[in-house]
Ligand binder design. Structure first.
Ligand code: GCO
Ligand code: MN
Ligand code: MN
Length: 397
């Protein structure tokens, strides 16, 4: 089956650095109310089709590639075939991760389980999965604690769960160092689902936690659009804080309707304005990371719809990137922003650059007489700025 998408300036290319999880295009449409609607697509086929569409690479959980109960011989054969597909197409594996949520043994948690045997098994499984990622040249290792949560606070105190999560990450940082694995760890927050509540529910919680680890320099964030929006938060603010802290190690792009379960919709299919500001944030910062899509096709789709979904995810990013260039080149928009920059540059008292404290600066500032009436009278022209942005996005400028 081939999907023909016409080539134009928005067509994805490998140097756009778009990646997909094997689990995203491989999603078979299961949900809590219905079974699979699509056949499984072999990982090697996913690699070949995504390469044709212009993607840069694929990422995987250990069990997306190697089934949970595979024999050593199975593993060797699968790895060999997958390496061949990558070599044939030039596709890369920038990120790897562990499935610590699907198997029934993880129902009470993995690193945070009350059962010490499960915690130890989760570590063992992660070490094997880290070894696998290294075989494919992965540089980022993602931690999403799908089962690290609870339904009733009667079962454990959140502080104990956080301590266990810290112990596990400290252990795995040492494992990476000991083996000279060139990984950066990226922690992914989510407020709930599949557990009633998940520990460390937002990127902000995760960021604070990172600085309590033995090797905070190895660990950053993997924020996801849908997950921040589930908490009613603006995704760009989570990403902005991660960028400012030098902790944006990876990103999960998708779409989400407000206050729902985790929908993992196609990037840009919802809240196009939010998606635009997110692309603007990443592009203005010249963020060098992968533009990874953690989403899947609607359950209504057959395999053709899956490749449409993949192509349109990348295409929308490129369209929004072009809108960002237009925003930067738009004289009326920039004139308003110039007024803001001029306001920003005003000198109140001569205390040097910024608001750096000194006793002299404090004295001068305390003595300064402000023209409060002028401050009150200042208008900011954001209605016009937003309307110009809106018209740019709607295609009328
Ligand atoms: C989800 C998560 C996952 C993770 C993936 C990689 O809500 O299902 O977003 O898709 O991103 O397990 O860690
Ligand atoms: Mn995700
Ligand atoms: Mn998700």
């Amino acid at each position: 089956m081939t999907t023909k998408h016409p080539q134009d300036t928005y067509s994805p290319r490998p140097d756009d650095h778009f990646t997909f999880g094997l689990w995203t295009v491989g999603n078979r449409g299961r949900d809590p109310f219905g079974d699979a609607v699509r056949a499984a697509i072999p990982p090697t086929t996913i690699v070949r089709r995504l390469a044709e569409l212009g993607a840069y690479g694929v990422n995987f959980h250990d069990n997306d590639l190697i089934p949970f109960d595979a024999t050593t011989a199975d593993r060797e054969r699968i790895v060999k075939d997958f390496k061949k597909a990558l070599a044939d197409t030039g596709m890369k594996v920038p990120m790897a991760t562990t499935n610590l949520f699907y198997d029934a043994c993880f129902k009470e948690g993995a690193y945070t389980s009350n059962d010490a045997r499960v915690r130890a098994f989760a570590l063992q499984k992660t070490m094997h999965a880290m070894d696998l990622g290294i075989e494919f040249g992965a540089k980022t290792y993602v931690f999403w604690g799908g089962r690290e949560g609870l339904e009733t606070n009667a079962c454990k105190a959140p502080q104990d769960a956080i301590k266990r999560f810290r112990e596990a990450l400290n252990f795995l940082c040492e494992y990476a160092r000991d083996n000279k694995y060139d990984y950066q760890f990226a922690l992914e927050a989510k407020p709930n689902e599949p557990r009633g509540d998940l520990f460390l529910p937002t990127s902000g919680h995760m960021l604070a936690f990172i600085y309590t680890l033995d090797h905070p320099e190895m660990v950053g964030l993997n924020p996801e659009t849908a997950h921040e929006q589930m908490s009613g938060l603006d995704f760009s603010h989570a990403v902005g804080q991660a960028l400012e802290a030098g902790k944006l190690f990876h990103i999960d792009l998708n779409g989400q309707k407000p206050s729902r379960y985790d929908q993992d919709l196609r990037f840009g299919s919802e809240d196009q304005k939010g998606a635009f500001f997110l692309v603007k944030l990443l592009e203005d910062a010249r963020w060098p990371g992968m533009r990874h899509f953690d989403s899947h096709a609607y359950r209504t789709e057959d395999e053709q719809g899956v490749w449409d979904f993949a192509h349109y995810s990348m295409r929308t990013y490129n369209i929004l990137k072009e809108k960002v260039a237009r925003f930067t080149a738009d004289k009326e928009i920039q004139a308003i922003l110039d007024e803001q920059r001029a306001l920003d540059r005003q000198t109140v008292v001569d205390i040097g650059a910024g608001l750096r404290y000194s006793p002299r600066a404090a004295t001068q500032l305390k003595q300064h007489v402000f023209d409060i009436a002028a401050l009150r009278a200042q208008g900011f022209r954001y209605e016009r700025l937003d309307q110009l942005t809106t018209e740019l996005l709607l295609g009328t400028r």
